[in-house]
Design a protein around this ligand. Structure first.
Ligand code: MG
Length: 255
């Protein structure tokens, strides 16, 4: 009798499994909504797609302000690019952003001088929390043949993350950063809920792979977080005396 019940239980169990398999349908795991919005992808990977906000298209700096006093940006526009005007200070976007994809091109001048951190230093602050050098800095520097600390060379998240490779081109050649930024989130009381994350391609090569930032960039001492919402993006007018660097073709897609 016991044996009969055991066989019966096995038969019922087998049958149940069989019917569950029969009921399963490949369509059950198909998701048909939402339908991704159609975006016209550019023919050239460097061009802006049609859903991008153009931060600099070559003609004017209408999307940029002088960081320290919010006056119009005073950097020099010529030949489809703009160049740091030393002493006029950092510039920042008029708009603020949370999560985004951004493309930006930059060029170290052929006649660059100086060494280490004083050779083509600028920076892309992925979120600016003040009008000086506060925020999260992706370093811009001539790192073609220029020795400095690794977490301060081009492509570093300054003083936090060394780039995976040195993809630098020589002075005089245009270079690109493609950036995917996820802003940090905070609890009501100001403590960190989720860290900022960033992925960066330098001249098409992956140099920062979805890293979690330890906080805002700090020159001296450890990084830290302080609560903020959407932030402008800022470009650095570094105080070093080397030749100023240029930017062009800047666009952003909010995510
Ligand atoms: Mg810098």
């Amino acid at each position: 009798m016991k044996r009969f019940i055991l066989i019966l239980v096995i038969l019922i169990a087998n049958n149940a499994t069989g019917s569950a398999q029969q009921k399963a349908n490949p369509k059950d795991t198909e998701a048909w909504t939402p339908v991704p919005k159609i975006v016209q992808a550019p023919k050239n990977a460097l061009s802006a797609p049609d859903d991008a906000i153009i931060l600099f298209g070559g003609d004017h700096m209408d999307q940029w302000l002088t960081a320290k006093d919010q006056s119009p940006a005073k950097w020099t526009v010529a030949n489809g690019e703009f160049t740091v005007k030393k002493g006029t200070g950092n510039i920042q976007t008029k708009r603020s952003f949370l999560n985004y994809q951004m493309h930006i091109e930059w060029k170290i001048p052929t006649n660059i001088t100086g060494s280490g951190q004083a050779r083509g230093n600028s920076g892309v602050f992925l979120g600016s929390t003040g009008n000086g050098d506060e925020g999260y800095e992706l370093q811009v520097l001539d790192s073609y043949t220029n020795t400095t600390y690794s977490n301060g060379q081009a492509g570093s998240i300054y003083k936090q993350f060394i780039p995976l490779v040195n993809a630098s081109r020589k002075p005089g050649e245009w270079q690109s950063y493609d950036i995917i930024w996820t802003a940090p989130t905070f609890y009501e009381n100001g403590t960190l809920k989720s860290a900022a994350r960033v992925t960066v391609l330098h001249n098409g090569l992956l140099i920062q792979n979805n890293i979690e930032l330890r906080g805002e960039t700090v020159y001296t001492g450890p990084p830290f977080y302080k609560k903020h919402g959407p932030l402008p993006i800022k470009l650095q007018d570094h105080g070093d005396p080397s030749e100023p660097i240029s930017f062009r073709n800047i666009w952003i897609r909010e995510l």
